[in-house]
Design a protein around this ligand. Structure first.
Ligand SMILES: [Zn+2]
Length: 283
């Protein structure tokens, strides 16, 4: 009898979501408990910021991922829920840029510096702080127009092919840069390619990044509140002119910042994408 009851509760349900390469998926779960499996990886189920009886997962998709179907699963107390994630091919523009040649073919004396800065950033992004520092929607760091969107296929000085890992905002004169949300400063320094850089840890593997700054108003270890003036925009690093480069690293993956904010902010403004228990009602 007990076995029969367990079988009745073990209902296989399928939910399907589309997500482009370079984008991220934020999915609300109709319960804060269980395990969310993505291939062989366990994704941490995070407490929902507005509904204590729900949880959510963030699934960032790398820019270089090809279209394919991911069979994910949410294993909670009563059910085994199938979640299909269909990775699609997002459409991105192309850009041809001319910058200082030393930022495309760096001289030998800066190669060690570049390698150290890369390793330092990877160490930061691969660390997941278990606590969450924010409890409200993310905001744009500057009130200005976008001059280059995330994901553009870029060619620098006709030789270096790359893609744009963030979004650029116009800032012809130095403008105050505002923290996208509460967090802690984990990097504030001049770097070879990114120029003046601030990185804020928001907890749970979410980092916001601000590049090409001319002046810092914060230092490593400073607690930050949303909207705080953390720096002035500038024209440092690999640039074609003054602007703010703004990005997000999510669980070590560089994803579209504007689209990520739109997704994560739905946690505060329904409707959100949800995987619901089929054996329960009235959550
Ligand atoms: Zn940029």
């Amino acid at each position: 009898m007990k076995f029969f009851l367990i079988l009745c509760l073990f209902i296989l349900s399928a939910f399907a979501f589309d997500v482009g390469n370079g984008k991220s998926l934020v999915v609300t779960l109709d319960g804060p408990q269980g395990v969310f499996k993505l291939n062989d990886r366990n994704i941490t189920i995070l407490p929902h910021p507005t509904y204590p009886n729900k949880g959510f997962v963030i699934i960032p998709i790398d820019y270089h991922e090809q279209p394919h179907l991911i069979e994910a699963q949410w294993l909670n107390t009563n059910e085994h829920m199938g979640v299909e994630i269909n990775v699609t091919c997002a459409t991105y523009p192309t850009e041809i840029l001319t910058v200082d040649n030393a930022k495309v073919c760096p001289p030998p004396e800066v190669l060690q510096r570049i390698a150290l800065e890369k390793a330092e950033a990877e160490n930061i992004y691969n660390h997941i702080t278990p606590e969450r520092y924010w409890n409200k929607p993310f905001i744009r760091p500057i009130d200005s127009i976008t001059t280059s969107q995330y994901g553009s296929a870029r060619t620098y000085n006709s030789v270096l092919k790359s893609y744009h890992g963030g979004v650029d905002f116009r800032a012809k004169t130095p403008l105050p840069i505002l923290a996208s949300n509460d967090g802690v400063v984990v990097l504030a320094k001049e770097r070879y390619y990114a120029g003046g850089t601030v990185i804020i840890d928001h907890g749970e593997g979410v980092y916001s990044c601000y590049f090409h700054l001319s002046e810092f108003n914060v230092k490593v270890g400073d607690p930050i509140i949303q909207g705080q003036n953390i720096a002035l925009s500038g024209a440092t690093g690999r640039i074609t002119g003054p602007h703010l480069h703004f990005g997000f690293m999510i669980q070590g993956i560089q994803t579209d910042p504007i689209e990520f904010m739109a997704q994560i902010n739905t946690l505060f403004t329904q409707p959100f994408r949800i995987v619901q228990n089929t054996s329960q009602t009235g959550q």
